[in-house]
Design a protein around this ligand. Structure first.
Ligand code: SAM
Length: 299
């Protein structure tokens, strides 16, 4: 009895592909490729990818996760920055899954620069993110594509903890609050080092983000809210009264904004929910509001 070979990439396939392309993975681009078919299938299951999803993947690399996504979803759009990897991927997809190649589109670009994608709007984001830019890329995608409902990303374990942290936790910080502006966030599992080539020197974790049913109720803009968050955590050991003095113009002005928002001036940023940050933003002294323009493009 002949069995059909697995279309997904295993360790030998990755080695062969990398050798044929002359790929030398770089740290700078966070290039650690998954060499284990079980791991990518598990990621796709955990992501709850459905057949009618339009999935966007950031950093497809040699295509390990891309192929697992194509097994399930009707459409996958992958954004890859690397010239050699982007150039080779369509041929890999055609060779491994010829019957599904027309469901795949490649965007050769830096994900941070992407403002539109070909085809119908994405409904899900699934990615093994480049670790050095994981948080900005994640936030950029959630902001740019509001149609993304479900997200599952693999990131460094420590970053996964930060993203999913709740107020009061030691690791609660800027990534936690900003991710929570868009979504309900939770840890969704751990991934060991051995499933990668080359093996990274940190553990990895999965994070699931489900877009909020209702956006945070506030009259402040996303930029205004994020400006408070950045200021509060830039000096996380200080009380908010002190940490927000620059943002408000003075410590007494910060105190007034905090009191008006119903937040103790003695509290620290690590205790506040995203809703509380939004209320503080609403109460920024009016003469300070134009300063927000300078944070354009920052997350
Ligand atoms: C951790 S690897 C994941 C590769 C593949 N998805 C896998 O799981 O085997 C990260 C990938 O992101 C790509 N990358 C790095 N920075 C990027 C950026 N700013 N925009 C798009 N892709 C990027 C890298 O070239 C690499 O292919």
């Amino acid at each position: 009895m002949s069995s059909t070979p697995d279309p997904l990439l295993g360790p030998a396939d990755i080695r062969e592909l990398a050798a044929a392309l002359g790929v030398r993975p770089t740290k700078q681009r966070g290039q650690n490729f998954v060499i284990d078919a079980n791991t990518v299938r598990r990621i796709v299951r955990t992501a709850d990818v459905r057949q009618d999803d339009v999935v966007v993947e950031v950093g497809p690399g040699l295509g390990s996760l891309t192929l697992a996504l194509l097994e399930v979803a009707d459409r996958v759009v992958a954004v890859e920055i690397d010239d050699v990897l982007a150039g080779a991927l369509p041929a890999t997809i055609t060779a491994r899954m010829p019957e599904r190649a027309d469901r795949f589109a490649l965007v050769h670009s830096d994900a941070m620069q992407v403002t539109e994608l070909p085809g119908p709007p994405p409904t899900a984001l699934v990615a093994n993110l480049p670790y050095n830019v994981a948080v900005p890329v994640l936030l950029h995608m959630l902001e740019t594509f509001p149609t993304i409902e479900r997200t599952l990303v693999m990131v460094q374990a420590e970053v996964a903890d930060r993203l999913a942290a709740a107020p009061g936790s030691k690791v609660y910080g800027v990534p936690s609050v900003k991710a929570n502006w868009y979504a309900d966030v939770r840890r969704a599992g751990a991934i060991g080092r051995k499933v990668f080539w080359p093996a990274p020197n940190v553990d990895s974790g999965l994070v699931s983000l489900v877009r909020r049913a209702e956006p945070v109720k506030t009259t402040a803009s996303r930029r205004e809210v994020f400006a408070v968050v950045d200021a509060a955590f830039a000096q996380r050991r200080k009380t908010l009264r002190a940490a927000l003095s620059g943002w408000a113009g003075s410590a007494p002005a910060a105190e007034s904004a905090l009191v008006a928002a119903g937040v103790s001036p003695q509290a620290r940023g690590e205790a506040l929910t995203v809703e509380e940050f939004a209320r503080i933003a609403e109460n920024r002294p009016t003469d300070k509001k134009p300063a927000d323009n300078k944070e354009h493009g920052q997350h």
